[in-house]
Each structure stands twice: as structure tokens, then as C-alpha cells.
Design a protein around this ligand. Structure first.
Ligand code: GAR
Length: 207
């Protein structure tokens, strides 16, 4: 049984999608061991509480230095003894020491088709604003392993979503979530939980 820890900062709809998939048997061999937020007001924490899932809040704002935060953050994650860490709209940079410790055990959902509209500064609504600004006709979402770069790790799953002429960033964000994110994030967790994925030469191979 894979113990999954989900890191969140906001509404937690992706966390909800993973919780629902566990309940409905679309994710097998996994359970959510805990939820950690950097934002005390994140609705994601409420979603965890409602489910009786262990949860806590730890934010850089609670510490004098980033080093101190990084240390306590790693301790909080370690305490939950995760086999897999899921970044579900988590907006804090993962400390390099945590990436090394949990190599190929951290995955992230990003709301575009990487390598488009990703990297530093591309998060949340900004990604969809950039896609509309550029006038692309197709966007989507990507689940990838987390390495030392920003959105640079091995890609696990991607799903395309068509852009409509009348789209606003908010409408597009919602459709990318519904049609792509809430599907491929649970799928990726299920693949990992069932040993169906291996990273070879920095690329994901399906077994
Ligand atoms: C999601 O759209 C996720 O892809 C995005 O934040 C949103 C969180 O929503 N993540 C990033 O932009 C990471 N670079 P949620 O809290 O409702 O799951």
C-alpha cells in the first residue's frame, strides 16, 4: 500500500480528485497519509479535515530564514512517512535536499502541455493568461516527476484541451482542470501505486 502525502496551497480540487479516485477504486494500492499546506486558509485543508486525513500547515512566513523553514518542512513531510509526494497546486519551491531524498517519488500537476508555458513565474491563472495571450489553439495539463529544475522532470502523463475563441483565463482554467488535471493526476498516482512506471535515462517508461 502506497502512502501518499499531498502538498497544497489553495482550493484543493486536485486533492479532491485524488481522494475521490481512492474512494471510487480508480486508484488502488494507495491511501492518502496526510496533507500539508503552506497556507493556513487553504480550502484544501478543510477537504482533508472533512475526510479525517491528517493535515498540517507549515509556511515560510512562520520562520526567520528559508533554511529553517526547509528543515522543518522536511521534518513535517518525513513524519508522514510518504512513499509518494503529490504537489497539487503547491506554490512553494521544494528544497533540493527533499528532492534528493525523495528522487522520483515526488510528482507535480502543471496546467499546460510542458514544455509550453512552464518554468519560473508560470503557475495558476498566469499559465492560462499566457496561453490565451499567445493565441495557442490547444493547451492541457502535465503530470511529471519533480527534479531540481522548475517543471523540468520526467513527464508521466499529458492531456490536451482545446482553447475556445471566447475563453477567459478563468473559463480555460476550469476546463483544463475538468478535462485534464482531475483525470491525469489520479491516473498517475494509480500507475505509480501499481508499479507500472519506471524512470530510465530521465524518461518515464511504462511497464
Ligand atoms: C491547478 O490548476 C494546478 O495545476 C496549478 O494550481 C492549481 C491548483 O488548484 N498548479 C500550478 O500552477 C503549479 N505550477 P487546486 O488547489 O484546486 O488543485
Amino acid at each position: 500500500m502506497l502512502d501518499v502525502v499531498v502538498l497544497v496551497s489553495g482550493g484543493g480540487t486536485n486533492l479532491q480528485a485524488v481522494m475521490d479516485a481512492v474512494d471510487e477504486g480508480r486508484i488502488t494500492n494507495a491511501r492518502i497519509a496526510g496533507v500539508i499546506s503552506n497556507n493556513p486558509n487553504a480550502y484544501a485543508l478543510e477537504r482533508a479535515r472533512k475526510k479525517g486525513i491528517a493535515n498540517c500547515c507549515i509556511s515560510p512566513k512562520m520562520f526567520e530564514t528559508r533554511e529553517e523553514f526547509n528543515e522543518k518542512f522536511l521534518e513535517a513531510v518525513d513524519e508522514m512517512e510518504p512513499d509518494l509526494i503529490v504537489l497539487a497546486g503547491f506554490l512553494v519551491v521544494i528544497p533540493p535536499v527533499m528532492i534528493r531524498k525523495y528522487r522520483n517519488q515526488i510528482i507535480n500537476i502543471h496546467p499546460s502541455l510542458i514544455p509550453s508555458f512552464c518554468g519560473k513565474g508560470y503557475y495558476g491563472l498566469k499559465v492560462h493568461e499566457a496561453a490565451l495571450e499567445r493565441g495557442v489553439k490547444v493547451t492541457g495539463a502535465t503530470v511529471h516527476f519533480v527534479d531540481e529544475g522548475t517543471d523540468t522532470g520526467p513527464i508521466i502523463l499529458q492531456k490536451a484541451v482545446e482553447i475556445r475563441q471566447e475563453d477567459t483565463p478563468e473559463a480555460l482554467q476550469r476546463r483544463v482542470m475538468e478535462q485534464a488535471e482531475w483525470k491525469i493526476l489520479p491516473q498517475a498516482v494509480d500507475l505509480i501505486a501499481n508499479g507500472k512506471i519506471k524512470v530510465v535515462d530521465n524518461q518515464v517508461r511504462f511497464l
